[in-house]
Design a protein around this ligand. Structure first.
Ligand code: F6P
Length: 517
């Protein structure tokens, strides 16, 4: 069996590992390097005539096949439908959701083009693993063209309740394409319940436990909380502190004996960066005894800056940090530093280890791997404290963190104070449990559980069980489901623009077209 991974963003080895790439790229790199296989997706570049065929390039055990997008595709598929419609919607931010038919048509067009480019590269026993919201209809496009391989999907971000998802025009047709997958993985049981609820409510799917059926197709929907390379990251943190690499030295030297609170996130409104800065200001106002003794370092590499909501966040975070520093700072102490650039993973690991508090307070997040990395990086004899949003998927596993509601500035401020004042014995007790959890559900565990399920050898019927715990009843399903699901014609012909040679639309409305559409 060969593993074929498909994701919108592909990180080629020579491009380095910067935090802006997000947890998905880091996790997939790690999975692929272990298993070997093919990684297919967008090169990150734009060109007027992307190649009509791809020639994979091999680096170590992994072959890479990447395509450029046209500028029209980047606008409609990536910036438009994926990041102005699906992203806010999936993060429960209806007020920020911008839908246009042209963007949706561009999204479907790129998924079709990806299917056409991928098919010639496939072998009969490949297992195909597609990732994230950019590529929801890709399996339907592959099935339509006769692909019968096992196809799995993993959704890295939250899945909202049907009431929220259903507000998206064409939501029923889009969600109905998901049963073209054999296995749909999500981060938490909440997400699983929301997706199954959506399939039932929006496209009349039949549900039997965690199996969902529409027409001839049946998909298993299940939670697989993503992990990190715990051991690798722990070693990276140790080595980074020992070597005192430049960013770690430059950050920590001026701190002297001052304490450090750290936040690391792509500059994204779902991460709650502005709310976090405000909470740190409230903490300093409510506990003036800490002024001069502690600083917040927020690392926030810019992301999707062509999307207006992200440009606005960029401006607001500067404004809030500036206002708080002016109001609370002293001539020899700046309470908040916001650094808008990407750092190497080694530098981040060292900074996490130096920080007494890891502040991970997204307003909504699929998992949040920074939370796990912060724990992995700690010194067991003097660990820091994780403050974690209850709306991050990680909170479902990391109950020994200080769990907060990021919408409550006062609560976050008090958690910062509790973390800074926490006695060593309690910090150690919490750290040991957190570390045990992230180790027993690390990236290898995630990859092997998902792939075992997808390859049909082992599809558990209930929740997945971390290693070491008793296992529940399992169902076994053999591979070989063949189907030519033809569900991808999702827009009326007139609405579909064409994108170069590859993007010609061929739409007709589905018989079960959504009322929302
Ligand atoms: O995990 C969510 C995600 O959108 C990934 O799919 C993506 O690789 C990452 O965040 C970074 O986002 P982008 O690729 O838009 O920079």
């Amino acid at each position: 069996m060969r593993l074929v991974v498909v994701s919108n963003r592909v990180t080629m080895p020579e491009r380095g590992e910067k935090v802006a790439a997000g947890g998905l790229a880091v996790a997939l790199r790690s999975a692929l390097e272990q298993h070997g296989g093919l990684w297919f997706g967008w090169s990150g570049a734009v060109s007027s005539e992307p190649a009509a065929q791809l020639e994979p390039v091999k680096h170590g055990k992994v072959s890479y096949a990447v395509t450029d997008l046209t500028e029209a595709e980047r606008q409609s598929y990536y910036l438009g439908f994926a990041n102005r419609a699906l992203w806010p919607l999936m993060h429960y931010r209806l007020g920020l959701t911008e839908f246009t038919r042209a963007d949706y048509a561009g999204y479907l067009g790129v998924n079709r083009r990806f299917a056409r480019l991928l098919i010639p590269l496939l072998k009969p026993d490949d297992v195909i693993w597609i990732h994230d919201y950019h590529l929801i209809p890709l399996a339907a496009e592959l099935r339509r063209r006769g692909v019968t391989n096992r196809i799995g999907y993993f959704h890295h971000i939250p899945w909202p309740p049907a009431e929220v998802f259903g507000s998206l025009p064409f939501s029923s047709t889009l969600i109905s394409t998901m049963t073209a997958y054999d296995l749909i993985g999500l981060q938490t049981q909440n997400d699983v319940a929301n997706l199954i609820g959506g399939l039932v409510a929006l496209c009349g799917a039949h549900r039997d436990g965690n199996r969902v059926r529409t027409g001839q197709r049946e998909a298993v929907v299940q939670a697989f909380p993503i992990g990190i390379d715990v051991e690798g990251f722990r070693k990276l943190a140790q080595a980074s502190i020992r070597a005192a690499t430049q960013p770690v030295r430059a950050t920590t030297a001026p701190l002297g004996s001052r304490k450090l609170v750290i936040g690391v996130d792509r500059l994204d409104y779902s991460k709650g960066i502005v709310q976090r800065l405000e909470a740190f200001g409230t903490f300093l106002r409510n506990h003036p005894e800490y002024r001069g003794d502690v600083g917040l370092l927020q690392i926030a590499p810019p992301s999707r800056s062509d999307v207006p909501e992200y440009a606005e966040l960029d401006r607001m975070s500067d404004e809030v940090a500036g206002r708080l520093n002016a109001a609370l700072g002293e001539f020899d102490w700046t309470p908040i530093r916001v650094v808008k650039k990407a750092y190497s993973r080694s530098a981040l690991a060292g900074l996490y280890r130096r920080a007494q508090v890891g502040l991970v307070t997204p307003m909504r997040d699929g998992m949040n791997l920074v939370a796990k990395e912060y724990v992995a990086a700690q010194n067991p004899s003097n660990p820091g404290v994780l403050v974690l949003s209850r709306f991050a998927g990680a909170a479902h596993q990391l109950g020994e963190a200080l769990i907060v509601n990021p919408f409550d500035t006062h609560e976050v401020a008090e958690a910062i104070r509790t973390a800074l004042a926490m006695p060593l014995s309690e910090r150690q007790r919490r750290f040991e449990r957190l570390y045990a959890t992230i180790s027993s559900t690390d990236i290898d565990w995630w990859t092997s559980r998902y792939l075992a399920a997808l390859s049909g050898l082992d599809i558990p019927s209930g929740d997945i069980v971390p290693p070491g715990r008793p296992k529940t009843r399992r169902n076994t399903r053999k591979s070989g489901i063949t189907n030519s699901l033809a569900r991808a014609d999702m827009l009326p012909q007139a609405s579909q623009p064409t994108h170069g040679k590859g993007g010609a639309a061929r739409g007709k409305a589905l018989p079960n077209a959504p009322s929302a559409g």
